[in-house]
Write a protein that binds this ligand. Structure first.
Ligand SMILES: *Cc1c(COP(=O)(O)O)cnc(C)c1O
Ligand SMILES: [Zn+2]
Length: 412
């Protein structure tokens, strides 16, 4: 049995194919490349029951991942994050079957570690020695950390406004970090030039084909954790859209393997912030591509992406699954963040909070039905973003008494 059943790379736009033994970035036509597997062989040799004995990380699906030699796997135990019931928040929204997949539990505190684990492992397999990438913070942190384990030198460029902790993760990992007075698109241009000047591997979102495969494992896990029955709706905070494209790809592959029914795809929802909503605009206008968003700004930094290279893949996935795209304001998502923490005890990231707020909005306008099984992706840990919550607490002198109007009481 092969460790991986990877077959080749293909272009979803012009159908050109490429091999997986060589370093490839974009297709000649400029489109991202996707990974294909030997599905017929997989069908014969790989059964869902094989998973039962395996470790609970994303490498349990190694047949459906692109790394061919087990020795090249770079891992910190990422994946298989819990799906938890959000009963109080759900009741509050009139969605009794509301669930959260909590990606805040992953090493580096965001789901970017999935893309990094698989992307860096494959880069190692293809003998990459130096890579570079633009980032809004979390991806740079994750790729820096995994690159250190793989002995790959990482050059990271992020906006000066990116979450401070992500800079420190890059520096701790020994990456070369640069900040740009601008947005992720500006960081991307600087990386593009550095890639040419110094012949670096370009690990920008979707400019290498393997990050999607890492993020795809969210879709594989969702199906397995729901016992091979998928939820009705999945809400995903969308920046570059890699996770959404990945989840859709995973579910298509599982349908082909016959592990999930071909009759039901979850309705995929791309959630954006009102201050940066190019996908929502394109969706509302019925377009297949998105225009770059001007003056993008949102506190949900991971989804501050003015132009996504995979825009047409995101729009295609939501169209084919009868999903939708929706935006929420920063005020709304910050309010929702507090609701989720104070109702169900989960301190989610602002991107995850946007997805919860979108669920509430879609229930209010009837798009989500009362009985739908609804899954929200919380893509990172709230503790990576301390500025989302203001704190005002009285400071007491040693020995001072707490003064209250009423006696303490416990919740019953
Ligand atoms: C990067 C990021 C996103 C957006 O992910 P894409 O797959 O690029 O759309 C969402 N949330 C967080 C916390 C992120 O870091
Ligand atoms: Zn092409």
């Amino acid at each position: 049995m092969a460790f991986s059943y990877v077959s080749h790379l293909y272009c979803p736009k012009c159908e050109n194919t490429y091999n997986v033994e060589e370093l490839n970035q974009l297709c000649e036509c400029g489109s991202p490349l996707l990974v294909a597997y030997k599905m017929n062989k997989l069908k014969e040799n790989f059964k869902a029951s094989d998973l039962l004995q395996r470790p609970t990380d994303l490498w349990r699906y190694h047949e459906l991942l692109p790394v061919q030699a087990k020795d090249n796997v770079v891992t910190l135990g990422e994946g298989f994050t819990p799906i938890v019931g959000m009963s109080k928040t759900g009741k509050n929204m009139d969605i009794p079957n509301l669930y959260m997949k909590d990606e805040g539990m992953i090493p580096s505190g965001s789901f970017k570690s999935r893309g990094a684990a698989v992307g860096v492992s494959k880069a190692k397999e293809l003998s990459v020695k130096e890579l570079a990438m633009p980032t809004n913070g979390n991806a740079g942190a994750a790729w820096s950390l995994y690159s250190s384990q793989a002995d790959i030198a990482a050059t990271i460029v992020m906006p000066v406004d990116a979450p401070e902790i992500t800079r420190k993760e890059c520096i701790a990992a020994g990456a070369s970090l640069y900040l740009v007075n601008g947005l992720i698109g500006d960081a991307g241009k600087i990386v593009g030039q550095a890639v040419k000047d110094y012949e670096l591997f370009d690990a920008s979102t979707l400019k290498e084909p393997y990050r999607i495969e890492g993020k795809k494992t969210m879709g594989l896990e969702i199906a397995e954790q729901f016992n091979w029955e998928v939820p009705d709706v999945i809400l995903y905070p969308t920046g570059g859209g890699v996770g959404l494209i990945g989840i859709y790809k995973a579910l298509q592959e599982l349908q082909e393997l016959g592990w999930v029914s071909k009759d039901k795809m979850p309705r995929l929802v791309a959630v954006q912030a009102e201050g940066c909503a190019p996908i929502v605009k394109a969706w509302e206008e019925g377009k297949s591509y998105a225009e770059p968003w001007e003056d993008a700004e949102t506190i949900a930094f991971g989804i501050n992406v003015a132009k996504a290279l995979g825009d047409f893949l995101i729009l295609d996935a939501i169209r084919k699954t009868e999903g939708c795209a929706i935006s929420v304001s920063d005020d709304t998502l910050l309010k929702e963040l507090k609701t989720v923490a104070s109702e169900d005890g989960a301190f989610v990231c602002p991107e995850g909070a946007a997805a919860f707020a979108a669920a509430r909005k879609l229930r209010e306008n009837g798009w989500i039905k009362h009985d739908d099984n609804v899954l929200v992706l919380n893509t990172g840990a709230g503790i990576k973003y301390p500025e989302t919550v203001g704190e005002e607490a009285p400071v007491l002198e040693i020995g001072e008494r707490i003064l209250r109007n009423s006696a303490f009481h416990y919740k019953t």
